[in-house]
Ligand binder design. Sequence first.
Ligand code: G4P
Length: 190
Amino acid sequence: LEFLKEKILSNGQAIDEHILKVDSFLNHQVEPLLMQKIGKEFALHFLKEKITKVATIESSGIAPALFTALELNVPLVILKKQPSKILNNDFCQTEVKSFTKGNTYNLTVSKKYINSNDHVLFIDDFLAYGEAALGALRLFEKLSAKPCGIGIVIEKSFQPGRTKLNELNIPIYSLAKIKKMTKGNIIFND
Ligand code: G4P
């Protein structure tokens, strides 16, 4: 997706071989027009999947996921990293170990918002080691919902997430795929 690649090249910053800083448009300051274009692109790509819910993980996935949900005219469900006291016992949970952040959290969702009738599209800002996405998919499985697609804004193809997700046979659409990074330099796959 050319507009996103251009944005990454002009405003992103490879701080080392592993981490791309995108604070100015994606995960600290957020550019609504860019998010809207991203939402339209995901919605168009997954239109035939008859999506009933878009899901993401708090917090940086919310902006692109919300615009996708808006385009598809379905609700957005935000998977929580911390269980809320108001969820009572009516929730589903799975443990996620983040390699990127070096922490562990309980990914949580209320059973009220995703169920066996749902066709779910999972959207996230980054695909790195893929543990967050795998955690989300475990939740959908526990809830007997059908995962119909995975939409990623920036895939770091040199990290193992993509290979792990490929094994699941769920359609994956990454808008920008990064092949390699060095400090100050970003190379895309295509
Ligand atoms: P992983 O730990 O298995 O790698 O999971 P995932 O690929 O989902 O990445 C975990 C977290 O690290 C995510 O944030 C993701 O946005 C962030 N992340 C991964 N690679 C990069 C990167 O190159 N640059 C930046 N800026 N972030 C990256 P999160 O846990 O969802 O937290 P939040 O920041 O969205 O609140």
